[in-house]
Write a protein of this length. Sequence first.
Length: 458
Amino acid sequence: MPNHKNIKDRKVVLKSYTFEELQHCADNDFKNLDAIKLARTPPHEIGAWLERLPSEGREIIIKKLPVDGVTDVLAEMDAEDSAEIISEMRDAKAVKILGSLAPDDAADLLRELEDDVRAKLLDKMPQRESATLQNLLTYDHNTAGGVMTPNVAALTTHMTVDNAIEFLRKSRDMAENTDSIYVVDDKRHLVGVLNVQKLLWTDPNTTIESIMCENVEGICTPEQDKETVAHVMARSHFNTLPVVDGQRRLIGIITHDDVIDILREEATEDIQKLHGAGGDENIHDKISYSILRRTPWLVMNLCIAFLTASVIHFFEAKIAQRTILAVFMVMITGLSGNSGAQTLAISIRGLALGEYQSGDSPGIILRETLKGLLNGIIIGFIALIVTGFWAHDAKVGMVVFVAMVLNMGLSGFVGSCIPVLLTRLKCDPAQSSYIFLTSITDIAGMFIFLGIGSYLLL
């Protein structure tokens, strides 16, 4: 018969704050939060909440958490917010927390600190930890070296299986992932890889060299772009990738959780840049920061809107003679813009995932243009029938049909060309591509529609 008292106690032990409870906690209630209950709350919940609080509130909450709890919370937060919290701590506590963080997380946090604060904290850290972090800081954050974990429990070729298992037990803090164990020689050159299952099933006296696989796939260099590294892992389905220097010495690994963060960050950045927002912008940023990131693209949009207006003004007399043209202008530009946006999304995705190979661009552009033309025929034919009945004029329907076909064909061409052109210009293909697309399709689409209308109807 179950012990109901123990079950009840177990429920008490599992009690923690929910994000909603934390979010609705008033400023004057921070000090009344139960420290034990807070310590049981998942770190990502606390981290998400702290990112919304002012510095005074963060300080109160951090003081209620044990050091390891603070470490877990900071690891879940945006590096910029974590750095702000660290910079407000006493140096001794900040150093202790930095030492508890995974080296790659600690390096990300240090990058966000002021130069003098960073130097002071590194100077107060143990020499070995400080050297490791300073080495990571030499790599750009957007490279494999900037996201790798330098703590690697690598086996050596002369170890026996029994020695290797004992070594891994003692090095469990350095073994972030034990699915694949890398093997190095006496000079730490990467020479092989070993699956942990094979290690466990092999005779204890067998040497690692005799059972390792010498063909190590997915090797990265520290200078490689982190997005490229993420694509390598996505294609290979490995849980870790080794990072080696110019002499093929193993200097770190990239784990699957690092790659998840990279892909999420890159996807977020691309989506936001696509529409002219800041790539690193979020809903909790200061108003001034967001305005500075968005306004330049909105000014460009305004200039293009004036160009569109000038096209309409050019045909003003024609529109005055056949006002029915004004009714369908928005429909033509709206549909061609949406069609182009579909092409643009597929093109940017293909570039982001490395699906474009050398020489693919002409064929892809041709196919997307044909798709636009075919969609234009289908949508234009429907519009022709509806417009003909509505306007009681077959010529108006024909104008809409022809303009729709040409505009949607153009949108397919432009939507596939813009990302390729920006890439060849060494620019981010996602950077405001949608603004460029709609600008071209609006101006050209308006000119095509009103030009055809003027020719056929007047």
